[in-house]
Write a protein that binds this ligand. Structure first.
Ligand SMILES: [Zn+2]
Length: 436
């Protein structure tokens, strides 16, 4: 930017000198200059540049090394509102960049738009990357067969403080962490493993604005072979330091802790370095040995001894559960209690979907008759016009149940299901009476 302003000062100086020479040589020409703007609206810079030199004026040595594009914009030279127009252009630039990011406009489309706009706004950059201030150099480390970039926990938290000033009143910071795999392409196995953080107090205070932030990003051609994208550095190291020293904000050290790791079953097993949920000792919460039933692992006991935080941390638990050390043991995080089971996969996409599947396509004993399915769909569709905007989706019929999203199963379980099933499925009392 400094070179731009230096260049600008040099140009204006040169122009001022030209003006004086013109005034001395030809008073008549000078008289025309105030009307120059109206006669020649500032549409084409090239023309104006040529016009001003074609009058036979000598261009000063300072101005000679400057391209025609950059000089002799009459509206800029003679207008008193130069500063205003610059501010407007800056504002346009910021607004365009914000719009492109919010609406996920592809660079190709944004580039074409900038080309169109450049005719009227020559100071706009032609390259979308310049407009969006795309970072061109990112520090990465080779880890676990891929590359890892660490954005930082503390910097992420502080950036959240800027976005939501109400968070600045916090006296301590409690953070949720999410780790999950993210396939990038259909045609290859390349994937991201983002590590995300969310300030927990957000969830309680300002629901509308809860924004997770990126702590780190792993990229690999396949699932990370080990946990080394979390350890030894930089994630665990930084979390350890923050646990000991707190988050430094305005000369205050805010106590810091990780409250929970929110992950799906495969990611939970990976970050804790334990057996997956399909293993005999795969249950996160208890020590029972699973039983194979219809090609899947089940854990039928309901009174088995619980798995304990310290047992997992010290690897005292059944060796069949723990695959090896986990870097997360270095943190003050309960490796059982602070890894909750995820509601979305287990309840919405698990039990609720299974129930509907049994009613629609299960064995004869549990299956609904076609007329019952039709009646269920009819009742469900009567809710559709009355679903408030707080719900993610409008109610769909049983015909679309294969395409239902997790939120639709949740809606069915908690709201529409109990009402629509009334009278269709027998009550427990009725079943018990029939059995006896
Ligand atoms: Zn269990």
């Amino acid at each position: 930017m400094s070179s731009y302003w230096a260049k600008r000062r040099r140009i204006l100086k040169g122009v001022e000198r030209d003006k004086q020479e013109i005034a001395a040589a030809n008073d008549a020409l000078l008289a025309v200059i105030p009307d120059f703007d109206q006669v020649n609206p500032p549409v084409n810079e090239h023309q104006h540049g040529m016009a001003s030199t074609s009058h036979g004026q000598t261009v000063t040595p300072e101005a000679q090394d400057i391209t025609v594009d950059e000089v002799y914009e009459p509206s800029e030279i003679f207008s008193s509102s130069t500063e205003d127009s610059e501010e407007e252009e800056d504002c346009l630039r910021t607004q365009l960049a914000g719009w492109a990011i919010d609406n996920m406009i592809p660079h190709v489309a944004l580039g074409k738009l900038l080309t169109i706009l450049s005719k009227d706004h020559p100071t706009l950059p032609k390259d979308p990357r310049t407009l969006l201030k795309t970072v061109t150099c990112v520090k990465t480390t080779e880890l676990s067969g891929g590359v890892y970039h660490h954005s930082g926990i503390e910097s992420g938290i502080l950036s959240q403080f800027l976005v939501s000033p109400e968070l600045q009143k916090l006296t301590s910071v409690s953070m949720q962490v999410n780790v999950d795999g993210l396939p990038l392409f259909k045609s290859s196995n390349a994937q991201f493993w983002p590590v995300l953080g969310l300030i927990e107090q957000y969830v309680c205070n300002v629901q509308q604005n809860k924004l997770p932030f990126v702590i780190g990003l792993y990229y690999g051609k396949k699932k990370p072979s080990s946990l080394h994208f979390l350890n030894p550095s930089p994630f665990v190291e930084e979390a350890q330091r923050l646990e000991a020293e707190g988050v430094l904000f305005e000369r205050r050290a805010l106590p810091f802790k990780i409250s929970t790791f929110i992950c799906d079953a495969p990611a939970r097993a990976l970050v804790r370095n334990v057996k997956g949920h399909s293993g005999y000792y795969g249950c996160d919460k208890c020590v029972q040995k699973g039983v194979h039933y219809e090609n899947r692992m089940t854990f039928p006991q309901t009174d088995s001894a619980p798995r304990l935080d310290h047992a997992v941390r010290d690897e005292l638990s059944d060796d069949s559960h723990q695959c090896g050390e986990t870097p997360l043991a270095l943190l003050s995080v309960g490796l059982v209690t602070q890894f909750p089971l995820d509601y979305m996969h287990l309840v919405c996409l698990g039990v609720t979907r299974k129930l509907l599947h049994l009613w629609l396509k299960g064995r004869r004993l549990t299956r609904f008759s076609p007329s019952m399915v039709k009646e269920l769909s009819r009742v469900l569709l009567t809710f559709t016009p009355h679903v408030p905007c707080e719900f993610n989706r409008k109610q769909r019929s049983m015909e679309d149940v294969e395409r239902w999203k997790a939120t639709e199963f949740r809606q069915f379980l908690l709201y529409t299901g109990p009402v629509s099933l009334k009278g269709l499925v027998p009550t427990i009392k009725h079943v018990l009476e029939t059995c006896s």
